[in-house]
Design a protein. Structure first.
Length: 389
């Protein structure tokens, strides 16, 4: 299953899913339903084209057949302090026995959180008792009922549920589930990127010059020959580039890579067969490295916020040589909305040096990068190895 942002090209499929979710799934459709389908297509088209604060997600099977969709809005609602709303949820009637509704709701909550929302409300027809069970199972709070007007003289009783803390809706309670979710999100994003733009398979959008501007500071931190472990190596492209960038300064780097995703490691080994035995599969928080390294690159977003200090301590004490350096990358340095693009559960760090100070981690230096076109900034904080080597 794959959940993604809807596009204008999806309007036909969105209309069909909506119609099918109402129970009209047998073909051929009569004239009335055909007209309904045309109207629904136009409604979806207008929504995607004009509603800037709308988030529309679709779920597809492996054959890219659309099975469901969901719509949410970011911004003030008629019930303060809630600042986002789940508006529409449709799942094809033949697939409603699957867990698609929950997956769509949590995926939408994640996107709303990334857009700056911290709370969520949803309304449903009070006569639908199954909805009550579903949303209460997701932790929703019953906020009350009211009469919703449909047309001039028709009213329907509506029940409202809310989540005061949207992050709790989309952060798995079990830590293993959290890491599994991270893996699923990254695999979906990276593996589908084209092979002729390998930086897209390593987490950087846009053209190559942006990649170089924002990733080269990692290599700039390597001031002598040595071994380099890239945690979250994806397809290995950063390793490949750092070897080249360091060599331009006469520094020889021996690269290694670690990733939690076996699929991404398989991609890296196919891309770089000469280093196939240097790619490892594992969770950096618990993995036991087979050797110590001179340079290790990571990001704080690889673990939930409450594990950041533990994670850094593990890397400093078990991954690095006594004189080694931990390179902590912050690719959204100074962003006004630091949680944009993050997975819920991560700390929305704006300035990496401030965050490391809060965690009690001493920093011995840093390197910066700037994308002149978009104004995006990177800062790589340099931290010395720990005392338990």
């Amino acid at each position: 299953m794959n959940i993604r942002i809807a596009t204008l090209a999806d309007c036909d499929a969105l209309a069909i899913v909506q119609l099918n979710s109402y129970g009209h799934h047998r073909l051929p459709l009569d004239a009335f339903l055909q007209r309904q389908l045309v109207r629904m297509h136009q409604d979806w088209h207008d929504l995607l084209l004009t509603q800037d604060n709308a988030i529309v997600l679709v779920v597809e099977d492996d054959a890219r057949t659309m099975l469901g969709c969901i719509v949410g809005y970011v911004g003030p609602t008629d019930m303060k302090p809630y600042n986002s709303e789940l508006s529409t949820l449709h799942v094809h009637i033949e697939y409603q026995h699957l867990d698609l509704r929950r997956r769509l709701v949590t995926a939408l909550a994640e996107r709303l959180w990334q857009a700056g929302a911290d709370s969520l409300i949803f309304n449903y027809a009070s006569s639908n008792s199954a909805e009550q069970v579903f949303y209460e199972a997701l932790g929703g709070l019953r906020l009350g009922e009211y009469a919703f007007q449909i047309g001039e003289n028709n009213f329907v009783d509506v029940t409202r549920y809310g989540w005061p803390n949207i992050e709790k809706l989309c952060v798995p309670e079990n830590i293993d589930d959290w890491f599994a979710h991270v893996r699923e999100v990254l695999e979906t994003s990276y593996i589908t990127a084209p092979d002729d733009q390998p930086w897209l398979q390593s987490g950087q959008s846009g053209p190559y010059p942006r990649w170089e501007a924002l990733r080269k500071p990692t290599a700039d931190c390597m001031n002598h020959d040595g071994t380099f472990l890239d945690i979250g190596c994806a397809n290995g492209y950063l390793m490949e580039c750092c070897v080249r960038w360091a060599a331009e300064r006469g520094v020889r780097i021996e690269p290694y890579g670690l990733d939690y995703s076996d699929k991404l490691v398989a991609l890296a080994r196919r891309r770089l067969p000469q280093w196939a035995d240097r790619f490892f599969i594992g969770n950096a928080l618990t993995w036991q490295p087979p050797m110590r390294f001179d340079f290790v690159r990571t990001e704080l977003v690889y673990v939930p916020a409450d594990l950041e200090r533990e994670y850094i301590d593990v890397l400093r004490t078990t991954y690095l040589n006594p004189a080694g350096k931990l390179l902590i990358a912050q690719y959204g340095e100074g962003n006004d909305n630091p949680q944009a693009g993050l997975l819920p559960g991560c700390h929305p760090t704006r300035f990496i040096l401030e965050r490391l100070t809060d965690l009690g981690i001493p920093v011995i230096g840093y390197k910066d990068g700037v994308d002149a076109v978009k104004g995006r900034r990177t800062r790589i904080a340099i931290v010395a190895a720990g005392a338990e080597n």
